[in-house]
Design a protein around this ligand. Structure first.
Ligand code: DGP
Length: 219
């Protein structure tokens, strides 16, 4: 572990994946492990359903409210922007921030509904750039059989398949604009502990903090 008195900032690590791939479990496991090892870490869930904007998103996802596809896309982005300053502040004070979804879900899910890819990408431009995105993959048959699959708006096989295709395009954008090291695909099959160990190996030394400035997404 690095010297805690060093001037390194915290790492910004994002988890992405289709619904029911085990992402939220792994996010919590990573935060717990970092804390157990004496590092400061916090979880940031997106969408953050606790804010006023987040409550509108929650109503939409539970099909309690209808909204134009563009409007809900912008609300998801606004929900990230309202959390951006706190993420930067924490990173600068040495806290590792682990996000459960981020702008990449924003593009993949909205483009899967048919919105133009470039439109989907724009509103998140200049948000804090994740230092590492872990994209968890699981065969659709396994994810669909997990409890609670199908409860929310996007949890249909056809929507998940379309979103999977869009995530492949998002991965291309991230690696071509920001470098190969910023996006890593993770096999999410196996036991919770096996996947957690796989992830711990991939996080590696950035868990000890990062020397450089926080980047800006798509810039
Ligand atoms: P979760 O709370 O992780 O189960 O995510 C809620 C659902 O919302 C999930 O189906 C993925 C989707 N989602 C997450 N972020 C965005 C976003 O920015 N835009 C759109 N259109 N959908 C999103």
């Amino acid at each position: 572990m690095s010297d805690p008195s060093s001037s390194r900032r915290g790492a910004f690590i994002v988890f992405e994946g289709l619904d029911r791939c085990g992402k939220s479990t792994q996010v919590s496991k990573l935060v717990e492990r970092l804390e157990r090892e004496g590092r400061k870490a916090r979880l940031q869930k997106f969408p953050d359903r606790t804010t006023a904007i987040g409550k509108m998103i929650d109503a939409y996802l539970q099909s309690k409210a209808e909204m134009d596809d563009h409007a809900i896309h912008l609300l998801f982005s606004a929900n990230r922007w309202e959390c951006a300053a706190a993420i930067k502040k924490d990173l600068e004070s040495g806290i590792t921030v682990i996000a459960d979804r981020y702008a990449f879900s924003g593009i993949a899910f909205s483009a899967a509904k048919g919105l133009p890819f470039d439109f989907c990408l724009q509103p998140d431009t200049s948000l804090p750039l994740p230092d590492l995105t872990l994209y968890l993959t699981l065969p659709q048959e396994v994810a669909s059989q997990r409890s609670q699959f199908g409860e929310e708006r996007y949890e249909t096989i056809s929507m998940q398949q379309a979103t999977r295709e869009q995530f492949a395009l998002v991965a291309q954008q991230v690696t071509s604009r920001h470098g190969e090291s910023k996006w890593t695909q993770v096999d999410a099959s196996g036991t919770i502990e096996q996947v957690a160990d796989r992830i711990w190996g991939l996080v590696g030394e950035i868990a000890d903090g990062i020397e450089g400035d926080i980047g800006r997404l798509w810039v």
